[in-house]
Design a protein around this ligand. Structure first.
Ligand SMILES: [Zn+2]
Length: 290
C-alpha cells in the first residue's frame, strides 16, 4: 500500500513524506520561481490557460507560472541519495532569478546536513536543479556537499562546458574539485531500489530516478514532466526544452509508464510533490496527492 504522510508539514518547507516499500522520499521545498508564461509556453494563447487556472488554483498568476522548486531526499535502508540541489544562493545564480534557495537549511532540519550527503543525482544542468551544488564562502565559493559524489549525465556536462558563465561556478567547479561523476548513464543502479533513467529532450542529458521496492514504485522525473498543463497538452512547446519533439515524446512515454506500471509520479515543479494522472474527456490530467 502507498502511504503519504503529512507528518513533516509542521517543519519548515518539507512538504510530504512518501513511503515506497522500504524507501522513504521526502519532498524539500527550495524556493518558488515566478516564471513568465509567454517564455515558458510560447505557442499557447492567454485563453488556453483559463481551464488550468480553474483546475489548479494558485498555480498561475496573470502572466506567471508560480513554480515550486523542490529537491528530494531518498532514504533506503542502506543509502541516502539527494535528487537535485535546488537553486542555491551564489550571487551569479540568484541574480538570474532574484531568489535564493533554502535547501541546505531544509536538509539540516531533516537531520541530513549537506556535509553528510554522499550521493547527489542531478537531473539536469539547469540552475533550479544544479545551481545549489556550490555555495558562497567569503570571497569565493565552495561545494555545498563536500563529501558527495555528484552524478550528471555526460551530455549535460558537455552542455555546461558550451554554456559556461553560471555553470562554470556550479557544476564545472564541482567537476574541477573531483566531485563530479559524468559516467552515470541509463540503467545505472544506485543500491538495490534506485536506478537512473536517461530521459532526454528537456536537455540532452536529462535523467530520472526510478524507485522500486517491495512491489511499489515511484518515478522522479524532474522537468521531463514539468507542469500540469503539459500533462494534458504534451505537444505544447515548453520554452525550456532543448529538443521540443524529443521532450514531448519522452513526456508521453513516461506518463504512459507511470500509468501502466502504477507508479507514483514525483515531479519537481507540480503544485503537489506526489501524484498521478487521471483521464477526463479523453485527456490526461495531473492529480496531486493532498
Ligand atoms: Zn526545473
Amino acid at each position: 500500500m502507498l502511504r503519504v504522510s503529512p507528518k513533516h508539514a509542521e517543519f519548515g518547507t518539507v512538504e510530504r513524506a512518501l513511503k515506497i516499500g522500504d524507501v522513504e522520499i521526502l519532498a524539500l521545498r527550495d524556493c518558488v520561481l515566478p516564471l513568465r508564461l509567454d517564455f515558458q509556453f510560447p505557442e499557447a494563447h492567454a485563453d488556453d490557460f483559463a481551464p488550468f487556472r480553474e483546475r489548479y488554483p494558485g498555480m498561475l498568476s496573470e502572466d506567471r507560472w508560480l513554480a515550486p522548486v523542490r529537491a528530494f531526499l531518498i532514504r533506503t535502508p542502506r543509502e541516502t541519495v539527494l535528487f537535485d540541489s535546488g537553486l542555491g544562493a551564489l550571487g551569479s545564480v540568484a541574480s538570474v532569478f532574484n531568489v535564493r534557495g533554502s535547501l541546505p537549511d531544509e536538509l539540516r532540519r531533516e537531520g541530513s546536513p549537506p556535509e553528510a550527503i554522499e550521493t547527489v543525482v542531478l537531473s539536469h544542468l539547469h540552475l533550479d536543479h544544479a545551481g545549489g551544488v556550490m555555495r558562497a564562502r567569503g570571497a569565493g565559493a565552495e561545494p555545498t556537499f563536500p563529501r558527495a559524489r555528484h552524478l550528471l549525465h555526460p551530455a549535460d556536462l558537455e552542455l555546461a562546458r558550451q554554456w559556461g558563465k553560471q555553470y562554470s561556478e556550479t557544476v564545472l567547479e564541482v567537476e574541477a574539485r573531483g566531485l563530479l561523476d559524468a559516467a552515470a548513464a541509463d540503467g545505472l543502479q544506485l543500491g538495490r531500489a534506485l536506478s537512473l533513467l536517461h530521459t532526454p529532450g528537456h536537455t540532452p542529458g536529462s535523467m530520472s530516478v526510478l524507485v522500486l521496492s517491495r512491489g511499489e514504485g515511484a518515478l522522479l522525473s524532474a522537468d521531463a514532466i514539468p507542469n500540469p498543463m503539459l500533462a494534458t497538452e504534451p505537444q505544447w512547446r515548453f520554452g525550456s526544452d532543448s529538443d521540443p519533439a524529443q521532450a514531448s515524446a519522452t513526456r508521453i512515454a513516461l506518463m504512459d509508464r507511470i500509468e501502466s506500471e502504477g507508479l507514483v509520479s514525483v515531479p519537481t515543479h507540480m503544485p503537489e510533490p506526489f501524484g498521478g494522472f487521471v483521464r477526463v474527456g479523453g485527456k490526461r490530467y495531473w492529480r496531486g496527492r493532498t
